[in-house]
Ligand binder design. Sequence first.
Ligand SMILES: [Zn+2]
Length: 156
Amino acid sequence: MVFVVTRQKNFYDSGAHSVEIAYGVDNVSPGAMSNFFIEDFAEEDDPREIAEIAIILRKHWARILGIRWFSNWAEGIHPLPFTISGASSIGLYPTVNDGLTAAGLRRWAKEMYEKMPKCEHCGTPTEDEYQDEFGEKYPCCSEYCAEKLFIDPTEV
Ligand SMILES: [Zn+2]
């Protein structure tokens, strides 16, 4: 699975802004704004990497919007939250009220990463599996890692 980051003008939230991370292209909310920053529509397999990209994207966007970040923050207004789309199986779009701060987003990313199966050889998150000669399946990110993993060290 790939995570996709977009800037959103949330249709169901009267156009409120958020930086969204979607579980796959199919879950990107309908209010995605067009490509402007290099990070728009960036894709990553590792939730920790997509979270950092989203945080940079928000910084760039806030500058363009001229958001007075810290004064807004002090007033308890969170101008550009992070939203997550596609986390539930019922296909609801996220709302900005459920939005996360950067700290919350990093916590989400860390928890996601810990839950994901990892390549037995290199540790990259992966949903792929490879079979060894005994029919045993292991999570492996690539043919290369599978070969490395299944080489019997006594044969080398
Ligand atoms: Zn690997």
